[in-house]
Design a protein around this ligand. Structure first.
Ligand code: A2P
Length: 229
């Protein structure tokens, strides 16, 4: 949870913290914390958060929680990260974690947004991870070559259009990437997007024979809701 102190109460003058759940976009080993947020023009928190300056105080609750952890997945060969919108954030972190590369031969990250501009953060970050000298030194070029990026838009014209759910159902995702259809024996998935997206993709995972995992009982896929800031 991150946030800011709210305005003083008109009568008591007391201030309450205004907090929202965010995914940490930076890797766990990083000295800096990074967050990825939409900016809601009249949103209680993001309307203010987007204007913070160096030296301002941000509240950060100490206990992180979440389901997108490697321990909740059984060993596999190919790892899918399926994201929409700001649901890319946890994968910005996981794409910089050694376990992601050590556990899998291939890491496919899909990101679906309405418009091209919304893909920019993810696109730039992945280009940086694949090309940056420190990243190459940390993970090795062979490991970074495992990352395959599959961006799609649903409203603005772009080279690949369509909801990822549609592209899974009609098989385009797999034919585009030259990989076999989802297989519970080899494929694992982490999902993060809007509630409606999560519901739809969960049904597709289950149709393909994948079972949802948890830390207590690892499975073939895990889901996290992308919280709107
Ligand atoms: P669409 O434009 O067809 O609604 P949002 O900005 O509403 O959070 O959506 C982010 C992206 O996720 C959009 O490209 C949107 O497509 C897509 N999306 C929204 N709901 C679903 C869903 N239930 N299944 C698949 N994709 C979805």
């Amino acid at each position: 949870m991150i946030g800011l102190m709210g305005d003083p109460h008109p009568v008591t003058g007391k201030q309450k913290p205004l907090l929202r759940a965010y995914s940490i976009a930076s890797p766990s080993w990083d000295e800096e914390l990074e967050f990825y947020s939409i900016k809601v023009p009249d949103g209680p928190l993001t309307s203010r958060l987007q204007h913070i300056k160096v030296g301002d105080e941000v509240i950060l609750r100490p206990k992180p929680v979440g389901t997108l952890v490697h321990d909740a997945l059984l060993p596999g060969k190919r790892l899918y990260f399926f994201s929409t919108g700001t649901g890319f954030a946890p994968f910005a972190s996981l794409l910089r974690e050694p376990d992601t590369f050590e556990n899998y031969d291939e890491v496919i990250i899909t990101h679906t947004c309405r418009d091209l501009a919304d893909l920019a953060y993810g696109r730039n970050l992945i280009a940086y991870i694949k090309q940056d000298e420190m990243m190459i030194e940390l993970f090795g070029a062979d490991n970074l070559a495992k990352i395959r990026y599959y961006p799609t838009t649903t409203r603005e014209q772009s080279p690949k259009m369509g909801r990822i759910t549609t592209l899974i159902e009609n098989g385009e995702l797999f034919s585009d990437l030259g990989v076999p259809p989802l297989d519970p024996a080899t494929d694992r998935a982490m999902v993060c997007g809007s509630l409606a997206f999560n519901v739809d993709i969960k049904a597709l995972m289950e149709k393909a024979g994948l079972h949802e995992g948890a830390n207590s009982e690892p499975g073939q896929f895990v889901i996290e809701k992308a919280f709107v800031g």
